[in-house]
Ligand binder design. Sequence first.
Ligand code: NOJ
Length: 491
Amino acid sequence: MYSAVLCVAAAERRFPDGFKFGIATSSYQIEGGWNASDKGVSIWDHFVHTKPEAIGDRSNGDVACDSYHKWREDIQLLEDLNVDFYRFSISWPRVLPTGFPNYISEDGARYYSDLIDGLLEKGIEPVVTMYHWDLPQPLQDLGGWTNPLISEWFADYARVIYDLYGDRVKIWVTINEATAVCDIGYDDLHAPGLESEGRGSYLCTKHVLLAHAKAYRLYEAEYKLKYQGQVSLTNQMMWLEPETVEDTELTELAIALSIDRYCYPIFSLAGGWPPALERYMAQKSAQEGEPRSRLPPFTQEEIQLVRGSYDYLGLNHYTTHTARPAASGETIGTYLIDGFKELDVKLGTRPEWSSTASGWLKVYPEGFRALLSYIKQQYGDTSIYIMENGFPDAGTDLDDQPRVDYYTSYLEQVLLAMEEDGVNVVGYSAWSLMDSFEWNDGYQVRLGLHHVDFTSPARTRTARRSAKYYAAVARTKDIDAEYQFDKIADE
Ligand code: NOJ
């Protein structure tokens, strides 16, 4: 009887055969070995050591999951998950301790080379992020992402990485979540912990886009023919709904600020800044007595450089917020979490969206489908990789049923977007392989399919229920067949 039920479910909620399932991590969050061998200091090393109070539990990533030493064990976990790919990031200062390419760390370079070889031996494809927020501190001392020269420095770093690993890595992600790098990093929450929202943040946005584009063009000109890989970036895309219908226009502007600012220059046919945002910023800056827009213009040459610099579209999605105008005198806190000071927009949620261990993350799966449809309508039918999606909890329970439910419901929306709305999603990566250093939340918030015991020197990893669920999904491409079986078997 149960098998009949299973067959129906399998036929109804199954991803196509070629669809790829993966899982993701990032260097600072899992590696540890912060000063191993000749590794240089990153802005996150510097931030947590000089401003420990910025982290909820005053922890840091000095040891984290100790993946610098335990990567072989991690490959075993990946194998057990049946994933097609593993998305990890390279720590720029581990490979280039000063940030510049005149000195390459042999140990750093070997670490990632061994990891890549180990994955390929198991038939797991490496998907490599070049920058997941751990900028070499010496570059920060020169202005970091607000210095226009950084796009050259990034391209120099990319060249080293392509030379080292381009023969084996076919999917590259230049930069992870530019909005976190620029908007949260310049709103005093993330490293470098500077307060320059609306000025430093926009310089950063422009230079991140140029850095990405230069790394893309370099690959296109010198490596693509030989290696046949794909290069793009992945952006954080929180979906926004108007709180009431009257808030629709404002919400569209908020989407232009938070999503399109990072996408339109690359993925639109016209290139350059999203027109509505550019107009708004020009007017507002003039009213404020600024000599020019705070959103720095692109030259025609820069527009051409950035426009079309992609082989796929990468996105990270976790949640949806509502948007409305801030009431008079109402304060707007951190960018993306509480609102957008630039637009006087306050973000909120609806009471029926359930809560998680992270204040900013409410469960509203339908928002995922709405976002994917928007991306298709705005940017066409390019292949989409969902590079991150996941559920935070306090991490105490190995039986993490709410996480399983989150994945089931969000994956269902991806499938609906593909089947009903014709969105071209080709791959999906869960976040994350294991509990790790969750930035300002330290280790108090966990997103791992594997529990990590941060009190034991061995950093023991233990599969949660969600790991078993995801292993079944990755193997069968079916959202719930095995899971239903599991549930029935438990009852
Ligand atoms: C996105 C980031 O890329 C990742 O580093 C972080 O852990 C997750 N969001 C969850 O907050």
